[in-house]
Design a binder for this molecule. Structure first.
Ligand SMILES: [Zn+2]
Length: 140
């Protein structure tokens, strides 16, 4: 996915979602717009030792971004099994890029990847809006 320009600041906000806090579009976000996942670059070895740490984005076996600073709005993206964004990397930079036009009110999500999902999401059950709706249909 080719990225174009960053999400305009007025086009998104942090709010409540099915999985805690999330990012929501407050205006149309065009396909290709992106938000950079910012934070300190730490070694992946160091990251693996931070037990229970959230907001770690593993770039490769050498480097991980510690995205815990509040200035990293991209940390509020939740995982979704039917996402409207995807993560891309350029060197040690990570961008979350819209893969389609996102309408006002939609939550912005990307797929965290198989390893993360299998280890950290599946054991508790996925709470993304797609899975929550599926779950509701099953029980009603
Ligand atoms: Zn899901």
């Amino acid at each position: 996915m080719r990225k174009t320009v960053p999400f305009p600041r007025t086009h998104y906000k942090v709010g409540r979602s099915s999985a805690g806090l999330g990012i929501f579009a407050t205006d149309t976000i065009k396909s290709g717009m992106y938000l950079e996942y910012v934070g300190d670059l730490i070694s992946t070895d160091q990251a693996n030792k931070k037990k229970g740490a959230r907001y770690l984005f593993e770039i490769n076996s050498t480097w991980t971004i510690d995205g815990s600073p509040r200035t990293n709005t991209a940390r509020y993206f939740n995982h979704s099994c039917d996402p409207n964004c995807e993560s891309t990397q350029k060197g040690t930079q990570v961008f979350i890029v819209a893969t389609r036009e996102i309408k006002k009110g939609e939550e912005l999500t990307y797929d965290y990847g198989e390893e993360y999902v299998n280890e950290l999401i599946k054991p508790h059950g996925c709470r993304c809006s797609t899975c929550v709706i599926k779950q509701k249909k099953k029980t009603s």
